[in-house]
Structures are given as structure tokens and as C-alpha cells.
Design a protein around this ligand. Sequence first.
Ligand SMILES: NCc1[nH]cc(CCC(=O)O)c1CC(=O)O
Length: 310
Amino acid sequence: MSQNLIRIATRKSPLAMWQAEFVKAELERIHPGLVVELLPMSTKGDIILDTPLAKVGGKGLFVKELEVAMLAGEADIAVHSMKDVPVEFPEGLGLEVICEREDPRDAFVSNTYKSIDELPEGAVVGTSSLRRQCQIRAARPDLVIKDLRGNVGTRLGKLDAGEYDAIILAAAGLIRLELNERIASFISEEESLPANGQGAVGIECRTDDERVKALLAPLEHKETRHRVLAERAMNTRLEGGCQVPIGAFATLEGDTLHLRGLVGNPDGSEIIRGEVTGSSADFEQLGISLAEELLSKGAKTILDAVYNKA
Ligand SMILES: NCc1[nH]cc(CCC(=O)O)c1CC(=O)O
């Protein structure tokens, strides 16, 4: 294989393409002479867009085809939203780099209202995320939550068509696609604890590919890695996939990592919360400890019920 070429396997959605283009531009800027090519692919998750994800089941719906391409040597790296990356990797592949995080918050998007507080009784809110759903329902039991699937553009189109009074999206996706003006307001972490990894981009490659690993190394952002891996460790210990009513969000102050987590009943009737603080070097143990605290407070009953229904 050519020594100055990297091929990126990517989904075709505008957000996935933006993320792949971002990594391409960074790599070409840092390594003059390096050529980076995109290999856009469709994944199973892109194809079954009309079924609620929790019912489609199966982890890694949006990444499997990309991983197959890397293992077959047709591509060298895959760029992912960390939020969508399954906890386990196939033999021979691993997450090599985590890039600097964009805004991790959820965004409130509406053509009529400025915030959740402004929504009138019985207003219809679009989201397919059980995490967003349980937090909104807990705060506002009167609101009607309606399923919302598809790429960012599709979701905005459904809002504009009048199917919802408001929708909730990750701020990061809107910012990256230069759709900032669609954000009516940012939802604070207190109101909607983000998903583990939200707003961060990760890069996967073959674990034995030293050439590619060396080229990727400068894209690593250590602070983001510690935060995101603490969040993921909590999720992993809870055996949470990507469609779960789990929030996990870490912040750093110097070397002190603060991790907040929650597990909620999708109907909003119960939300179990916890937090831990410790040295950022212990990110994994902090995530595990917080998961165990949540389990001891009753998270297991909620999660078992969700998994059995899905
Ligand atoms: N679940 C889909 C998904 N995966 C990553 C993002 C947004 C960008 C990010 O979190 O990095 C989104 C859209 C959304 O949740 O609104």
C-alpha cells in the first residue's frame, strides 16, 4: 500500500461526511504530502430508518460495514461520533484517537418556542432518544413525546412540516453543519444530561497498523479522552448500548475529573442520579464506581425492563 495514502471509511450522512472531511483536512494539514481519500458507505442503520432503533436491536448498526472494510484492507480508518461507537471492537480493530470535543449539550429546536419551559401544555416534542425522553418527561409530564428518526436534515424537515412543536438534537451536529441559527436554546446539563461521548469524534483503525497510528497521533486530545472514556466506562458497566435511558457527562478542572450519571425510566417516573469526583488518571475506575452506585440505587430494574422490551 502507498505510504502516503489514508482511506477513510465513512457513512454518507452529511454529519458523518463533515466529520470525515474534518479528519482528512487535519491529517493533510499536519502531514504535508499525505493524501487522504473518503470511502462513503451505507450501513444497516442508514437503511432501516423507519423502525424505532430500540426495536431494530443489535449493537453497532451504524459501524459494522465500516469495520468490515477496514479488516478487508479496503479502508484504513473510520471516523465516528463517539456517542454511536459500540463498547466492544472486533478483533484487530480499536479506537486509536479521540479528538477535541465540540459542545456536548442537547439543543432545543423550535420555530415557535425558545425553550422547554415555554412549551404549552400538551405540546409535541420530537426525539427518539430514551435518555432525552425520560428527562423531559420527568420535568414536564404533560408534554407528548413523539418518535423522530433520520439524519439531522430530515429531522429539521419534519419539524418545519409541522409534525412537532419542538425537537431535541445534539448541539454538536447542528454546529458542525453550520445550522447554529436553528438552535432556539441550549439545554443545560442539569436539565438534560448528555449521552456518553456526545460531541466528540473518535477514530478507529487496525490495531497493528503502526504507520496509520503514528499519522493519527497528533489528532488526539487528552482531556477529551479522559472525559469520554470515564463516561463510556460508566455505560459499559451498566451494559448500555446506544439506545438506553442513560446519561453520562464528565468535566475536568485541572486533573480533577467530575462525572455525573443518570439512569431513567423512559416514562419519566423515576430518575436515578449519582456523581463521582477523582483524579483524571483514574477515569475508568471513576466510571465503574458511578455505575455501581447507580446499580445499587435501583438502575438495574429500570435497565432490565428497557432491554426486555427492546
Ligand atoms: N444519535 C445520532 C447522532 N450521533 C451523533 C450526533 C450528533 C453529534 C455528536 O454527538 O457528536 C447525533 C445526532 C443527535 O443526537 O442529534
